[in-house]
Design a protein around this ligand. Structure first.
Ligand SMILES: NC(=O)c1ccc[n+]([C@@H]2O[C@H](COP(=O)([O-])OP(=O)(O)OC[C@H]3O[C@@H](n4cnc5c(N)ncnc54)[C@H](O)[C@@H]3O)[C@@H](O)[C@H]2O)c1
Length: 240
């Protein structure tokens, strides 16, 4: 069955958050076993999905920590797909006094944090001859963002370039790498922010499930010929 993750194990970072937990829900309904990771064990999401019959384990690590990320990947018995979803978007101004420090942290989480995760995952998948990696980018990396500060724009623009580098490296070994670039999505990340809905052709923010479903699709065999793409899921804000 094409739209299925039966028998697959999917690792999702940022799984306690809006898009990560929605992705976990879709992957579970598609039959995947889940390894859900966040700064703290995402127990609440895990319990909810177990109650629906999913097989779920949890991990706690900081994606800025290379050793912890590598140990997490190495400790998973079977690994078929990785969703590099953990992210950080400070809604600050580049004139703020501490902005340069925030810049470093934003790049560390959204840039280096992805490398820390996908480097060991890709090496493992290349050895096993199969795998899926989905990076979670942003419309900010496509067209400068709706409200985002430049550190986040740089980080997500970098992800949009990195996905191609990874895809070229993985494809000959059966490892498919793609990205989803969400527009503004109703999660904790945008709480307190106001968006000009008139500037969004669909006239509303995305619901987390509307991002999680395309991510799960890219983890599945339905996406078996999709390689190095950035799937825009943004209500028409940016049309590629
Ligand atoms: N919400 C949006 O509008 C939007 C738009 C475009 C892209 N995105 C991207 O989607 C992804 C998920 O964001 P979300 O909207 O669900 O936000 P969220 O804040 O609900 O979830 C982000 C999760 O990442 C985790 N996280 C943050 N720093 C971490 C670290 N150092 N190590 C491990 N985990 C860490 C957080 O604990 C949180 O659970 C992010 O990569 C974000 O940049 C979000």
């Amino acid at each position: 069955m094409a739209f299925s993750l039966q028998g697959r194990t999917v690792l999702i970072t940022g799984a306690a958050g809006g898009i990560g937990s929605a992705t976990a829900g879709t992957c579970a309904r598609m039959g995947a076993k889940l390894v859900l990771a966040d700064l703290e064990h995402p127990h609440e999401v895990a319990e909810r999905l177990r109650a629906e019959g999913a097989e779920v384990s949890t991990l706690a690590f900081d994606v800025r920590d290379r050793k912890a990320s590598e140990e997490a990947v190495a400790g998973i018995e079977q690994l078929d797909a990785v969703v590099a979803n953990a992210g950080y978007c400070p809604w600050d101004d580049w004139n703020d006094p501490d902005w340069d420090t925030v810049f470093d942290d934003t790049i560390a989480i959204n840039g280096m944090g992805v490398i820390h995760l996908v480097r060991p995952a890709m090496e493992r998948m290349i050895r096993q001859g199969s795998g899926r990696i989905v990076l979670v980018s942003s419309v900010a990396g496509r067209m400068g963002g709706l409200r985002a500060s430049p550190h986040y724009v740089i980080a997500k623009g970098g992800i949009n370039a990195l996905v191609k580098w990874l895809a070229r490296r993985g494809a000959p070994h059966g490892v498919m790498v793609n990205a989803v670039a969400p527009g503004a999505t109703a999660t904790g990340m945008v709480r307190g922010q106001e968006f000009d809905l008139a500037g969004i052709p669909l006239g509303r923010l995305a619901e987390p499930r509307e991002i999680g479903d395309p991510i799960a699709f890219l983890c599945s065999d339905s996406a078996s010929y999709i390689c190095g793409t950035i799937l825009d899921v943004n209500g028409g804000v940016y049309m590629n």
